[in-house]
Design a protein around this ligand. Structure first.
Ligand SMILES: [Zn+2]
Length: 275
């Protein structure tokens, strides 16, 4: 049984809250990269290319840019623009909106900033579906893609291609573009990325002598070095830091910090509703 009363008390007592979120949070919010909705929406791509889910299909070697961008416009729309608002993220925002908070997330679906969180307090470490970059990259600027994505999406033909005239081209070098998602060393970290990294580090530093609550949601062991391990280390280093780890599979807490941490394996939606 999750100790809801203790969780409430820790939130009340906190002078600052740092939310760390991974894929498990958006999955709990209803954005699934496989399953019924994916199979329905991507039926044509599943038939033509045999794709199985939106993780592995990101690496599919499309033969032409016209096919690649037909697929990506669909993928971006499905993962970002179609469902900007979700109850879980809204409830989470309502829970902490009056607190001094900061968010660090490996999610690229924009759910925090689209559900009320201040974008000056959200560090999206791994990029965003809503931005394009030069694929090379020849320069480190990012480009909002909403209009472009919608135009590509509404011009996909029966061969699952878009017209060549709509294929994104780098405005500087004229070569290919890609989505700003970290999958290899071509990922662009722009000025805003470094600004947000600084803000995150400053938030920790400026609050290190206060009662800080780390709320961690759905972070497993894909990239534990970005949020999970640092959250454990901060809890260990600072006596006044506490950690609540929401994870239905991997909520285990290292022994050294067990007295200042709560593992929560119950459903995230249900638990947030109770708090
Ligand atoms: Zn370029």
């Amino acid at each position: 049984m999750t100790d809801i009363i203790k969780i409430k008390k820790w939130i009340d007592e906190a002078n600052a809250i740092i939310i760390g979120a991974g894929a498990g949070l958006s999955d709990a919010a209803g954005i699934h990269y496989s399953g019924a909705k994916f199979e329905h929406d991507f039926i044509d791509w599943i038939r033509k290319y045999g794709i199985k889910d939106l993780y592995t299909s990101s690496f599919y070697p499309f033969r032409t840019e016209e096919e690649r961008w037909a697929y990506w416009s669909k993928h971006i729309y499905f993962s970002y623009y179609e469902r900007r608002n979700t109850d879980l993220y809204k409830n989470l925002f309502n829970l902490i909106k009056d607190k001094n908070y900061f968010v660090i997330t490996t999610n690229t679906d924009g759910q925090f900033i689209n559900n009320g969180f201040d974008k000056e307090r959200v560090f999206e470490v791994q990029g965003s579906y809503s931005k394009l970059q030069c694929a090379t990259p020849c320069h480190n600027k990012l480009y909002d893609n909403e209009e472009q994505v919608k135009e590509m999406l509404s011009n996909i033909d029966e061969d699952l291609k878009i017209p060549s005239s709509l294929v994104p081209k780098c405005p500087v070098c004229g070569k290919k573009m890609s989505v700003n998602l970290r999958c290899d060393n071509t990922f662009v970290e722009d000025d805003n990325w470094f600004k947000m990294q600084n803000k995150y580090n400053n938030f920790i530093r400026n609050n290190s002598d206060k009662n800080v609550l780390l709320l961690e949601f759905g972070i497993g062991f894909n990239t534990p070095g970005i949020i999970r391990f640092p959250f454990e280390q901060m809890t260990f280093m600072y006596d006044n830091f506490k950690l609540i780890r929401f994870n239905d599979k991997y909520a285990m807490i290292p022994e050294e910090i067990r007295d200042r941490a709560i593992p929560v394996t119950d459903n995230i939606n249900g638990t947030i509703d109770l708090i």
